[in-house]
Design a protein around this ligand. Structure first.
Ligand code: F6R
Length: 610
């Protein structure tokens, strides 16, 4: 979604801001802009479209400045155009604000400001901020105080950075519901919505909490809350390297991330399996493990791919722990006045840890006294910090907008949580050990499936012009069918539906003809015979069939058009294998259609607005 970067120091901020914005491109955006302050003067440059266009514009201006802010915007209020792009400014054009989030009461604030004579030139909610701050400056307040007072009038979410010609020694930054970090350098400091924007300059990071406001000078900073309480902020040393963020020789981040999965899932289980005891050790859950095992009910709240992982988690938890488990779309959960009882545990699964709906459902659940546990990939993210306890997935940074390695790491963590609870309840050590053993073999099995890349690319060539796809699976592979369909639609723009295979005859079968490919997830398990019947039903209607099947299955090839053969594992872990060919299929179809795989249209990596 929107990205923020700011610099104050001795260097020219322009290339630093541009490089920072480029690092944030993966979040998805539609316009970009920067504002710089120099010699009690300022300059703003914005445009619709890519950061590279902004860079071209800036080249001819030869700007040099030690203080500036930059932004990538993903439109929420007002169309994506140059006018609506950030930074926004006051009428004198000497105060500049960049803003992530949504000002919910902007209409009211705008009317009040218009009465005072302020003129608005954009359609955005964000434009109220420079005018509101300006109104407090005009009453004789400092910039810091003016921003602080303004934020007290704002309802909604924000991560903001503000610079002002008349106080050219500082950036003011604040957050509520939208991530923001401060990067500490030598005689230079940075602000950013995401550490990746500033990681090439510093690894010393301060995470802002909701309600924090900071004054950032080139050689120090100070922090308060917007209610003017003094606060101490801790500096964290980041271990993530830039290499981890780069494409690593692959043509797209998505392919790199698919190929990384043997390693990323290994990282997710590293040091967490207790082979001798047939259970797991999850440091983040140690203090709550007993309460977790004693839960009367588990709820999993998430969005998109993380929701699909949650659905697999439900199958795992109910089969092995016998705790009733419900999976909720966070957006529905937060608004439908959910029943939350004493003894309920609620997991919030989020790759980014910043998804607005998931975060809001977490806050609501905590408020009602539930044990709120996070499963996040991004360390220090809002959901990770707001949860009572939790587990990091350790998949490493996921840059491609379509989630791949985060999903498989979420599945690993869910299986470890299942082991942890189940062993405290009904699972024998023998069964625990066999699951633990099988889990440890998953990385090598994924590596084996990835060797089928060329074969899957050939299948993609055959189906790249299809207009619709059906994905069908049963049991643990039903959520995988949903995930396969989501992957295809989000990056190839081909309409795709995921269904439990048996549901097909209750409606979707009407769609089947020779132009409708159906992807069956059909490993040899207890539902195999049933899924073969479903395959026959599609075949009888001349549908084209791609099957993800077990290596040992020699019969299925006789019925289906294309088979992708994968190694076997136990049912609980099957989704970790069956999803891999579906990720590759979606990837290759999208590439063959010439589409922007890493930044699909209309999508953002981190959905920090509703
Ligand atoms: C799909 C995808 C989205 C996210 C969803 C939740 O490939 O990436 O569906 O899974 O927006 O995001 P997180 O997991 O960051 O909460």
């Amino acid at each position: 979604m929107c990205g923020i970067v700011g610099y104050i120091g001795d260097k020219n901020c322009v290339p630093i801001l541009i490089n920072g914005l480029k690092r944030l491109e993966y979040r998805g955006y539609d316009s970009a802009g920067i504002a710089v302050i120099f010699d009690h003067n300022s300059q703003i440059v914005k445009n619709k479209g890519k950061v590279s266009l902004l860079e071209d514009k800036l080249e001819s201006l030869h700007l040099f400045s030690n203080l500036g802010i930059g932004h990538t915007r993903w439109a929420t209020h007002g169309i994506p155009n140059e006018l609506n792009a950030h930074p926004h400014f006051n009428s004198e054009k000497n105060l500049y604000v960049i803003h992530n989030g949504i000002i919910e009461n902007y209409q009211t604030l705008k009317k009040g400001l218009q009465k005072l004579g302020y003129e608005f030139i954009t359609q955005t909610d964000s434009e109220v901020l420079p005018h509101l701050i300006d109104s407090f400056l005009k009453k004789g307040n400092s910039l810091f105080k003016s921003v602080q007072l303004s934020l007290n009038e704002v309802e909604g979410t924000y991560g903001i950075a503000v610079v002002y010609e008349k106080e050219p020694d500082k950036i003011i930054a604040a957050r509520k519901g939208s991530p923001l970090v401060l990067g500490i350098g030598e005689n230079e400091n940075f602000v950013a919505s995401d550490v990746s924007a500033i990681l090439s300059h510093t690894k010393q990071i301060v995470y802002l909490e909701d309600g924090d406001i900071i004054q950032v000078f080139k050689d120090h900073f100070s922090a308060k809350t917007i209610l003017d309480k003094d606060i101490e902020k801790e500096i964290h040393e980041i271990t993530m390297t830039l290499d981890e963020i780069d494409k690593g020789g692959y043509s797209h981040f998505m392919l790199k991330e698919i190929m990384e999965q043997p390693e990323s899932v290994r990282n997710s289980m590293r040091g967490r399996i207790l082979f001798d005891e047939g259970t797991s050790k999850l440091g983040g859950l140690e203090n709550v493990a007993e309460a977790l095992a004693a839960s009367n009910r588990i709820i999993i709240s998430a969005c998109g791919t993380s929701w699909h992982a949650g659905l697999v988690g439900k199958y795992m938890l109910e089969q092995f722990t016998r705790i009733p488990t419900e999976v909720e779309y966070a957006s529905e959960f937060r608004y439908r006045n959910p029943i939350i009882n004493k003894g309920d545990t609620i997991f919030f699964i989020s790759q980014s840890g910043e998804t607005a709906d998931t975060l809001a459902s977490l806050k609501e659940s905590k408020m009602r006294g539930a044990l709120a546990l996070g499963i996040c990939n991004v360390v220090g993210s809002s959901i990770a910090r707001e949860s009572n306890a939790g587990v990091y997935t350790h998949a490493g940074p996921e840059i491609g907008v379509a989630s791949t390695k985060a999903f498989t790491s979420q599945l690993v963590v869910l299986s470890l949580i299942t082991l942890l609870i189940a062993r405290k309840k009904y699972m024998s050590i023998v069964d625990g050990k066999s699951i633990a053993e099988e889990l440890s073999k998953i990385p090598d099995k994924i590596a084996e499936i990835l060797k089928l890349n060329d074969q899957i690319e050939e299948i993609a060539e055959v189906f790249k012009e299809a207009k619709n796809f059906l994905y069908l699976g049963r049991g643990y592979n039903f959520p995988v069918a949903l995930e396969g369909a989501l992957k295809l639609k989000e990056i190839s723009y081909i309409h795709a539906e995921g269904y439990p295979a048996a549901e097909m005859k209750h409606g979707p079968i009407a769609l089947i003809d020779e132009n409708m490919p159906a992807v069956f997830i059909a490993p040899k398990d207890s539902t195999y015979d049933k899924i073969i019947s479903n395959i026959q039903e599609v075949k009888a209607r001349r549908g084209k069939i791609i099957a993800v099947a077990s290596q040992c299955d020699n019969e299925i090839d006789k019925i289906v058009d294309y088979t992708i053969k994968i190694p076997d594992t136990i049912r609980i872990l099957m989704p970790l294998l069956t999803v891999i060919p579906l990720q590759l299929l979606a990837y290759h179809i999208a590439v063959k259609k010439g589409l922007n795989v890493d930044q699909p249209r209309n999508l953002a990596k981190s959905v920090t607005v509703e």
